[in-house]
Design a protein around this ligand. Structure first.
Ligand code: AMP
Ligand code: MG
Length: 346
């Protein structure tokens, strides 16, 4: 069986893709964050296919996608006021909330947790698909497990091919945000950031008045640790090469890399730095003067650098809060938190 490719701007797409979802199939869906690999969240057998296709560890729960905030109560209970505040301000958009789950969502979807992660994506065709299907769509990032996320339909095709490993892909072009959603856990005494994304810690704090940052955001978590967001402990977002983050000024970083550069090395840098890294196999992922270009371009660049001949990647990472915090988090995870300070090492 062949994988069908739907156009996002074809008015028939939500209906056709919804038939596949309702009959237990897999559809790769565009969202403003990254492409997701979607199935009916209420159908255990369909959800099992997601884990199988991705090679995803069974203890890594899925995010369910709904078409509007009004659907929240169908799948969650004991919803705090903060959830409604967040939904009103940030939905549809790149924010996922963790809330107590109702029994209608199978254990396979939540990896046995008594909570579920829920999001209402911004991309219109995907919301239309969810509404048409009449069920929530469970969708992790569409990449093969452990690989950088997919931000174009071509990335999804690259990972799964066209021979029917997944039933369909909706081609909605390149994702606007480019990194996965912000995840905030609302089930504890204090709201807790489990994963930074397009909705920033500053925006969350301004609305909620409080926000704890989970340990998994800040450091590498070992595989046997119990964590709030199980997915955060796995090596993630990573190309085959070893990634090192090089901090310090552009000039110091370029001098540091030049001193060590050998065959099999590559550089992931800001557009403004390309001339400085000339001769060191540089790839730019966006402009340091516009962090949204960095988030939009990060995974495509990591994928482009995922080649067997590349053994080491020296990466430049934006610093600070806002969206830079999310970009920095993904890059640090890709680097397993290996950072070198070019100014100190010169
Ligand atoms: P992905 O779909 O690849 O973006 O991964 C989904 C992320 O959401 C993973 O890091 C999961 O661990 C996290 N997640 C999903 N459900 C829950 C939940 N109920 N509680 C905490 N984290 C969750
Ligand atoms: Mg993922």
């Amino acid at each position: 069986m062949k994988t069908v490719i739907f156009r996002a701007d074809d008015p028939q797409t939500p209906k056709k893709a919804a038939e596949i979802i309702r009959s237990g199939g897999l559809v790769a869906i565009p969202t403003e964050t990254v492409y997701g690999l979607g199935a009916n969240a209420m159908d255990e057998a369909a959800v099992a296919k997601i884990f199988e296709a991705k090679g995803r560890p069974q203890d890594n729960p899925l995010i369910i996608h709904i078409s509007c905030a009004a659907e929240l109560e169908r799948y969650c209970h004991d919803i705090p006021d903060s959830a409604y505040l967040l939904a009103e301000r940030f939905w549809p958009g790149p924010l996922t909330m963790v809330l107590p789950v109702r029994d209608c969502i199978p254990k396979r979807t939540t990896a046995g947790l008594d909570t579920v992660a829920v999001r209402c994506p911004k991309t219109a065709v995907t919301r239309a698909l969810i509404a048409e299907a009449g069920v929530p769509i469970a969708a992790p990032s569409a990449n093969l497990s452990g690989k950088p996320s997919t931000t174009t339909a071509a990335h999804v095709l690259h990972d799964y091919g066209t021979d029917g490993r997944i039933d369909a892909i909706i081609n909605g072009g390149a994702c606007e945000v480019g990194v996965e959603s912000t995840i905030v856990d609302l089930t504890g005494a204090r709201p807790r950031l489990l994963r930074p994304g397009g909705v920033t810690p500053e925006e969350l704090r301004a609305l909620l008045g409080d926000l704890e940052i989970d340990k998994a955001v800040l450091e590498q978590i070992s595989n046997d640790t119990v964590v709030r967001a199980p997915g955060m402990k796995y090596r993630h977002y990573a190309p085959g090469a070893e990634v090192y983050i090089v901090t310090g000024s552009s000039e110091a970083a370029a001098a540091y890399v030049r001193k060590r550069f050998t065959d099999g090395d590559a550089v992931l840098c800001f557009e403004e730095e390309l001339p400085l890294f000339d001769g060191c196999n540089p790839t730019a992922y966006g402009k340091s003067s516009d962090v949204r270009t960095l988030s939009a371009g990060l995974f495509a660049a990591l994928r482009a650098l995922d080649r067997p001949e590349i053994k080491t990647i020296y990466a430049r990472c934006p610093e600070g809060g806002g969206v830079a915090y999310a970009v920095g988090n993904r890059l640090k995870k890709a680097a397993a938190f290996r950072c070198v300070d070019a100014e100190a090492e010169l």
